[in-house]
Design a protein around this ligand. Sequence first.
Ligand code: GDP
Length: 281
Amino acid sequence: MIKNLLSYLEKRKSIDAETMEEIVRLLVRSDVGPKTSRLLVRDITNSNYKPIEQLKKNIIKILHEANEQFVIPEQESNTILMVGANGAGKTTTTAKLAVYLKKNHQITIVGADVFRAAAREQLIALLEPLGINVFTSFKHNDPSAVVYEAHKKAITNNSNLLIVDTAGRLHTNLNLMAELKKIKDTVIKFSKNRLPIVILVLDGTSGRNGIRQVAEFSKVLEVNGLIVTKLDGSAKAGFILEVAQITKKPIFFICNGEELSDLEPFNPENFAEIFLEGPFK
Ligand code: GDP
């Protein structure tokens, strides 16, 4: 879609009101959303006819407003809570994040998706061969109990970073959303009052629905930042701009494939380049 935009711009000698509308229309079709698309075409007419460069600058500016490096606080131990909708890629991303962070941390992965034994088995199968501890329980049906046990276990195996894979849930399921709050309270209680780092995993192909998810998950938990998955099919990548502009939540990482190595820190400049020139991978 964005390719249409670029070839369209290349053919124009100047930008009039009609051209502006066409640019906005093409951006909206790339899932950017009308309001953000209008921000993106800001100053495009004053740019001595270098519209693509101006567009890139505007993209980077929007992304920088929400950008924040992923940093794990320097303290005795930390817990990361991975949350999100079913199928967003939480379990896969939990494994990827463990591999990414394992060099500098002693990690225990906590399989707390008590509804899906396959998710817990997947974590064990992927990570134990790499020497990463996976703690789970097939007897508990309360994820907070699993998290509590995991904290006890982490002390005995000297882990300083727990990464908790929680069950996927829709924000419309109030019981499951309340359960997340209970998991968070359990972490706080058993980790000397340290707040968990909450990461919301968003499916990059789900388009603007992601914005709603950020809002709803933020009602029950303080979401620290996002990981956007499945950007290897880049059709909907414009949604990242919309999420950054509207939610102002930092995107810590993006995932662009199913391999364990397909996770990378989000970089606004790279994103702008790829968004305009594609493909993602
Ligand atoms: P969960 O329900 O949120 O835990 O989702 P899963 O981790 O089980 O992932 C759901 C599906 O999405 C699986 O088939 C994954 O292999 C796939 N998946 C996850 N991340 C990516 C990604 O970045 N790219 C692609 N192409 N597939 C992904």
